[in-house]
Design a protein around this ligand. Sequence first.
Ligand code: SF4
Ligand code: SF4
Length: 495
Amino acid sequence: MNADKHTPDPVVGRYRVIPILHEGAMAQTHTANATPAIQEASGLPGKLVADWHDRAIARLGELLKERRGLQVFMDTCTKCGACTDKCHYFLGTADPKNMPVARQDLIRSVYRRHFTLAGKLFPKLVGARDLDKPMLEDWYRYFHQCSECRRCTVFCPKGIDTSEVTMAGREILAAIGLGQQYSQEIIGKVNSVGNNLGMKKPALANVLESLEEDILDETGLAIRLPLDDATADMLVVTPSADFFAEPHVDGLIGMAKVLHAAGIHWTLSSEASEAANFALFTGQHDQMQAIALRISTAAQSLGVSRIVMGECGHAWRVAYSFMDTLVGGFDYLDPEHPRPEHICELSHELLQSGLITLDPSRNADKVVTFHDSCNVARGAGMGNIKGGQFTIPRALLRASVPQLVEMSSDTTHQKTFCCGGGGGLLTDDLMEVRVKGALPRAQALQAVVSSDKVTHLVAICAICKTQLSQVLPQHDLADVQVTSLHHLVGDALVL
Ligand code: SF4
Ligand code: SF4
């Protein structure tokens, strides 16, 4: 693991335990600030502005007006404590500032000081604090130790959404010159080139061509991965990790096999070659809209009547929950398919209507478990059935493999634990946070590996796949293979 870690790695035990508090355990962790060039490319100050305090308070005031939920979250916490042991980063690091309520209080105490009468008159009595330099440093540290997964929200009797507080904190930080390098750089590349990697059209076309050759070698079939095909009916938008990274790429190949088998005329777009929308993580609504508009503009210029999103958790949340508002509606799509659909939804529909056939015996060597990704589980639905985000991927899996084993029910469905790398934390400079934050997921996985000899962990999120592939070996789970759902679907498909 990283050489400069500050506290020992937690041990994967049989039971989840609430750790003994370790004050300041993660206080040395600091993800890199965005460079002046990266900041300025997004219209943000290149470095911390001289009047940062006043600008931060002013921006907080604006956000309280713009985002009514934020105002409600500031006022309604009763300090009941129900959320304290629900965050994977607290469970993995033991740092009390990683308790959700403590994370919220980073902003709530400043809110009280500047926006409530009691806080202005008797600050100490009501836990009000000004935004001084140490507080500003805590904002940067601990708002980048939250993956905005919303698990704590499920347990909060007031429904307080810590992710919204984190987003507001990051948005204010970026506005005063303290953006995060990792997320802001990615947003810049999507805006300028079309994907997180900054991969231009000729490079993307080459990658797709070589994948087509791989599929031909494997199946003997000319299965295409079309790019910018203006005669296509369907635009597929997938995370750019699918084009080259393991285990993602096998998922893209599986998707291509399904679309081929069903006879669907589809295409990828070089203008919208990225499903991810990191502006959700940074809380910058204007950027989130610009990134979402790329997809809608590409769909209209290609003249497609359907949009399908690949295996990307937060991209699906944006597409399902926000995109209609962000892009001004989808009146150009087929009325039968009037909004972006999930690839799992499509494959499931094809399976049910008999347009594809799956043979689970082709995956007979695998025992799989399914990791619900936060943004799908708690931020979106799927299909036209309540809870479709849970049942549809599982139905596809059951049709593709002989044995699906569920992890403990307090770590799946709505209560799923984050992989530890979501929300803009999937960067090497946060590796310690990522390894420790993966502890609860690793514990639940370890239990089914011991009891049922699980060999594969399946996910439908690009971040989960990367994060879990990298950190599970740190938890003695190197033998478990992290897999795309559509890899297994593609292998089970009768072509
Ligand atoms: S990481 Fe998830 S559980 Fe932890 S505070 Fe953030 S939203 Fe809540
Ligand atoms: S569960 Fe909700 S109300 Fe209770 S302490 Fe946490 S944020 Fe506050």
